[in-house]
Design a protein around this ligand. Structure first.
Ligand code: ZN
Ligand code: FE
Length: 254
């Protein structure tokens, strides 16, 4: 087993630190300073960095971390430009985090960016800007069809999978979700709970895949209420990709 430490960074990012004994790995260090603080405080040695995609808020701290710990292995998407990658990946690989004694599965999830990767470690999924609490990433580079397929890959994990996304966006995402699906009672309950959590400045992630499947409209593109809402916002057909494309575009201007 291993533990996970949530490191708040930048405006609303989370850097996830995996620790086992004195060994640590981090996912998407957008900033080095808060990671170095945790490593020092907990007496940990960084041995691996996992990058989901090339945006600065996910890789901006790699250079600073490598200055302190030059022998760190850096995993990241082969088709994107990322500082210091030593192990380029395309998805489908199984990688070994040797000093933590852990294996991770690498999943290609294009959509937000073309090379975007997710990492599955035990029961936990580190999915960057692909699946968020109550939402999903914007389509900066990929097509709606690609993103819908990527989300379907993540949705196929077991229901108790913990969803470690890279941003605290849940509250705003759920406001949009309620506009899509005002009749979803599980969604109302989650939105109420999240409002209380955020009022106390507490984190809303990780969530579980079961909760996302019950409340995240981007995983619910076959639900009649979601289909109807998409139809009312430009979807030309009822198929899941058309529905996904319409609600993703609607969210962009919500
Ligand atoms: Zn991003
Ligand atoms: Fe981001």
């Amino acid at each position: 087993m291993f533990n996970v430490i949530r490191i708040p960074a930048l405006k609303d990012n989370y850097i996830w630190l995996l620790r086992k004994g004195a060994a640590a790995a981090v996912v998407d260090p957008g900033d080095a300073a808060p990671v170095l603080d945790v490593l020092a405080r907990e007496g940990l040695t960084l041995s691996a960095i996992l990058i989901t995609h090339h945006h600065q808020d996910h890789q901006g701290g790699v250079g600073g971390l490598l200055e302190h710990t030059p022998s760190v292995e850096v995993f990241g998407p082969e088709r994107e430009s990322i500082t210091g990658v030593t192990a380029p990946l395309r998805g489908g690989e199984r990688i070994r985090l040797a000093s933590l004694g852990l294996d991770a599965r690498v999943i290609a999830v294009p959509g937000h960016t073309l090379g975007h990767l997710a990492y599955s470690v035990g029961q936990r999924l580190f999915c960057g800007d692909t699946l968020f609490g109550g939402g999903c990433g914007r389509l900066f580079e990929g097509t709606p069809a690609a993103m819908a397929e990527s989300l379907a890959k993540l949705a196929a994990f077991p229901d108790d999978t913990l969803i470690h996304c890279a941003h605290e966006y849940t509250e705003a995402n759920l406001r949009f979700a309620l506009a899509v699906e005002p009749g979803n009672r599980a969604l109302r309950r989650r939105a109420d709970e999240v409002a209380v959590t955020r009022a106390k400045a507490m984190p809303t992630v990780p969530s579980t895949l079961a909760l996302e499947k019950a409340t995240n409209p981007f995983l619910r593109c076959e639900e009649p209420e979601v289909v109807a809402a998409a139809r009312a916002h430009g979807a030309g057909a009822d198929d899941p990709v058309a529905v996904f494309a319409a609600i993703r575009a609607w969210k962009d201007s919500f």
